[in-house]
Design a protein around this ligand. Sequence first.
Ligand SMILES: Cc1cc2nc3c(=O)[nH]c(=O)nc-3n(C[C@H](O)[C@H](O)[C@H](O)COP(=O)(O)OP(=O)(O)OC[C@H]3O[C@@H](n4cnc5c(N)ncnc54)[C@H](O)[C@@H]3O)c2cc1C
Length: 520
Amino acid sequence: MTTTITRDALTGTGVVDVLVVGGGVTGAAIAYEAASRGLSVVLVEKGDFGAATSAATGKLIHGGLRYLKNLEVGLVRESLAERRTLSLIARGLVSPISMVLPEPGLIEHVGLTAYDVLSFDRNRVPPTHRIPRHRSLSHAELADRGLGHLRSGILFSDAMMLSPERLTLAFIRSAVASGARVANYVRADELLVRRGHVVGAAVTDLVTGLQTHVRARVTVNASGPWARDVLAAQAGTRRAAGEEPPVRSEGIYLLTRQLSDTMVLTVSSSGHFSFAPWRGRTLIGPTETAYTGAVDDWRLTGAAIERFVAEINATSKLPVRLSTDDVVAAYGGLRPLTETPGGDTYRASRASELTDHARSGVEGLVSANGGKYTTARSFAQKVVGQLARKLRTRVAPSRTAQVPLDGSALPDTSGLTLLDRLYGTDAATVRAIAAEGGRLSASATDDGEVLAQVAFAARHEAVVHLTDILLNRTGIGRRGDPGEHVLSAAADIAADELGWTPERRADELGAAAAAVRLPD
Ligand SMILES: Cc1cc2nc3c(=O)[nH]c(=O)nc-3n(C[C@H](O)[C@H](O)[C@H](O)COP(=O)(O)OP(=O)(O)OC[C@H]3O[C@@H](n4cnc5c(N)ncnc54)[C@H](O)[C@@H]3O)c2cc1C
């Protein structure tokens, strides 16, 4: 049965065990872990679920080969174990991807041997998700993969998300199915502090304008790059906020027409980047650029895209020379780094960080700073263990590594369609909507998305704006501008389903058209 996510009006919540501030993958995984172990949970997200850093990733579910260089063996092992877990609990959304590491030296050979050893249990998964050991490629094999311009290469595998947005939503859905109350477009304005104890947050519903207090025994600050801002908004928690970091790390990705069907990792002046096949496009990134402004002010710019294109061409690792005209979409975000030694963001740890602010005299508050998408679930387990200790309550054992995410229990067959992989067991509901006929049955992308998904999102997935539908519930706007016809048809369907006036429809369409265009 399809789980319907409804934006909670947050009335009559009483005092809940846990308030989660932030509905990226970290907050979503914590809400699911906590609710499924018997705690009462409210989650508030000031934008759309999973639309910030969690949508700005390279879509990799990976051990992170390069963290071995920093000797972060524990993080790599945890990530490799989670790669396997996510393949089991979100089978359609996470699948193996093979990649080439060009011109490897001794360090890379040793590193990949260690990577294989650390992922010793990787093949305790169904056949479609098994991952072979790394091996060297001959020049002929490189040429067969369209990579004849490389002198040598090693082939190894990690995993890739079909849609980070839908994976974060699967955690939100699982939280809802476990009893959590969730609300997107609800901002925590400030934490409520009584005698040195955080007792919840004052929140504003950004759709209705209604303000209310959500009271909780423990509040979890899972607001990613905004973590410090949430703490600094209230005098009683300001001392827990610490210093403003001197520098943050911006990462951007470009989507181009498909340039290669094998993923290639490469090294540039500022760090590693890769080019990877994804849904008929090539995904190139990330950059690693210092950013010193306010988190809310960060925007992707046309200048950043041009700089990156030049940098990619300078490495000569792509089979072709890239022009900005090849770029069909771009996105990015700020990394919620846990430490930044000497301002070198590339070398900063991607480990998650759990801070109990009782250490700085603020009770009832923890900050959960997610370092990697890959480890969000295992991090949530640690966070909920700490919450149970703080609440002095016994919680049920964790089952989130064993039970498929809500709607994700798929058979292991290689013949799944794009809709099966994106929607899991709900693909049947999407197809039933398409069978209602008319424009609902029309195609929305050339790789298998349909306009029925717009109606499905409106009926079941707590959408507020057309951009939520096109970017975060479906991938219709994620592969570049889908064209005026598709945008307009999607706006018509959303307007019908959500009861929009013609003026609202026009505003939503204008905002969506701007969101799928490249920035100036
Ligand atoms: C360029 C880039 C590439 C990456 N690539 C990968 C990768 O390939 N693989 C991988 O494993 N990891 C990757 N990561 C890391 C990964 O994206 C992050 O670790 C993860 O998404 C962090 O999730 P989060 O929920 O903590 O933060 P976010 O997704 O940013 O969520 C925080 C949420 O809090 C909300 N919020 C903020 N303030 C408030 C408030 N006052 N009230 C209510 N809500 C609020 C925000 O709107 C936001 O949605 C990458 C990161 C970047 C930047």
